[in-house]
Design a protein around this ligand. Structure first.
Ligand code: ATP
Ligand code: MG
Length: 368
């Protein structure tokens, strides 16, 4: 009996391999579809030249130029800086050091990660000292997803240290939170005095250019009509998040589903599930409250939210922070705010772009 089962499993493995080979045969290079892949010639964002001007001047004068770059998800912030780091190191010898604050979310961990040291066993001041010894400057320090620095790290010590250091580092902060700059405290802002650059979301044409390049390097045949369809949906339905476009392209090429629309929906769901898994507990409870509140009106959802927080023993946001969190989630493509007429006045209603199952799954993972 057991042998039979074994045999059928072996048969299944063989079948599965054949199937994977069949669908994979249209792909020349799977690496091209990895989100961390750096294309040889990325689409150049119009803002890139301003960034280059800033950094060239910094290298020439040694006078720090700090930058805050804000733009929606998947608009090329990380890619632009990974590309520039390589290009400016080669062309000007300007060193770049980058760290992702979602993964390394305290001042301490940020410095330790750049120094490739284990964060335990050192005092913060020791790390700062070591940092200045190891990285003499000029150097560009890029803090990616910098709004993910722990909320408890209120003064954002690392920003204070980097911007005041005698080593004259240039600090670049990347974020997809439109309120990021305002969220920094006064003294941090005044010691940074950053130049603010906004990345707009990609248009359908820009997404099309990005997808064409991926298709040409990664696939055996290029279907222009399909690329156009994916690009249009990506720009219209998910705020131009290039990740969804790239993933849809892979799904279409490997025949994950028959129609382009279904492949797109699947890619969009995958990317949103990833966003939810990185959303903080308070925001997840706001989404849950929106599910529970039949009117979905912002004020009524807040009441539900406060009640839910009690249930989950979570300190609720005040109303202003709650509203900011909603705006932030809208920028991530998790929800949209629509104006609704209620009793002759207008109120905002929350329309969720994620399913109840996705929200419940994210909550179950976070609260045990
Ligand atoms: N200009 C571009 N040319 C080629 N590929 C791009 C371009 N912009 C973005 N991409 C691709 O789209 C995906 C998302 O880009 P990226 O990671 O840079 O977005 P982001 O703005 O950092 O998003 P987030 O706010 O979520 O961190 C990546 O796979 C990246 O390679
Ligand atoms: Mg990024």
């Amino acid at each position: 009996m057991r042998e039979k089962r074994m045999e059928s499993l072996l048969e299944y493995i063989e079948k599965s391999r054949e199937e994977a080979e069949r669908v994979g045969s249209s792909v020349k290079d799977f690496r091209v579809f990895d989100f961390s892949f750096i294309p040889d010639k990325p689409l150049v964002r119009p803002e890139t030249k301003r960034i280059i001007d800033c950094l060239v001047r910094y290298q020439q004068s040694g006078i720090p130029r700090h930058l805050v770059i804000v733009g929606p998800r998947g608009c090329g912030k990380t890619l632009t800086f990974r590309y520039l780091a390589k290009a400016l190191k080669e062309k000007l010898g300007l060193p770049f050091h980058g760290v992702n604050c979602r993964v390394h979310n305290t001042s301490f961990k940020v410095l330790a990660n750049i120094l490739k040291m284990h964060p335990r066993g050192y005092a913060y001041s020791e790390l700062c000292e070591r940092f200045e010894q190891t990285i003499p400057g000029p150097a560009v320090i890029v803090l990616d997803e910098s709004d993910m620095l722990c909320e408890k790290d209120v003064r954002k010590d690392v920003l204070y240290f980097l911007s005041r250091s005698k080593r004259q580092y240039s600090v670049v902060l990347l974020s997809n939170n439109p309120r990021y700059l305002r969220s920094l405290d006064e003294s941090t802002r005044s010691s940074l005095q950053p130049e603010y650059i906004h990345f707009d979301s990609y248009s359908a044409q820009e997404i099309l250019d990005i997808l064409k390049d991926r298709a040409e390097t990664g696939l055996k045949t290029v279907d222009e009509a399909m690329l156009g369809e994916i690009a249009a949906m990506t720009a219209k339905n998910i705020g131009g998040d290039a990740r969804v476009g790239i993933k849809s392209l892979l799904y279409c090429a490997t025949k994950e589903a028959e129609s382009v629309q279904v492949c797109f929906n699947k890619a969009r769901e995958d990317v949103i599930a990833d966003v939810l898994s990185n959303t903080n507990e308070k925001s997840l409870l706001i989404l849950k409250a929106a599910l529970l509140e039949p009117t979905r009106l912002v004020k009524a959802v807040y009441q539900q939210y406060v009640a839910l927080c009690r249930q989950y023993r979570e300190e609720p946001y005040g109303y202003t922070q709650y509203y900011a969190a909603i705006g932030f989630m809208a920028s991530l493509g998790i929800l949209v705010l629509v104006s609704a007429k209620v009793d002759r006045t207008f109120s905002n209603r929350i329309e969720l772009l994620v399913t109840a199952d996705q929200i419940d799954a994210a909550i179950a993972k976070r609260f045990h």
